[in-house]
Design a protein around this ligand. Sequence first.
Ligand code: FE2
Ligand code: FE2
Length: 159
Amino acid sequence: MFDRQVEKTIGRYGGKILSSPGFYAALKQKHHRHSDVGTHSLHVAQTGVRMHLLLEKAGISTDARSIVIGALCHDLGMLETDRKYHSNRECCRRHPIDSAKAAQQLIGTLDEKTKDAILHHMFPATKTPPASAEGFIVSIADKYVSVKDLLRSLPFRQA
Ligand SMILES: [Fe+2]
Ligand SMILES: [Fe+2]
């Protein structure tokens, strides 16, 4: 659904991120055993923009730019995870902060909604919930894509 609109929106707001060396490195970084950080982040952006368009149809306006940038950057802090974090708990708590720093390096100062989407995407695994609709959209899209990747990798999906 919305395929062309989704790709256009991601290209408009995320083109610079997608063509950056940082995102290229993300395509090489394994993620959740079943994907890589780059592909996972692109899928989160696609899901997030679909949610944005569905909400728009329902008369609810959200900021597509924050959703795209937030989704594409939300896990960029996970690059070189093994070197940086000593446990899953530390990774869970710290990678959103490192992702926000990586996003800032890529595109400059982040607006509040984009920062919120990146910093709080791990909720409820971390304490603070997102404070914006865009933050909730990225967080929910992240979980949806993670569950989808997991189910795809399991044998019972054939049933
Ligand atoms: Fe994450
Ligand atoms: Fe993620």
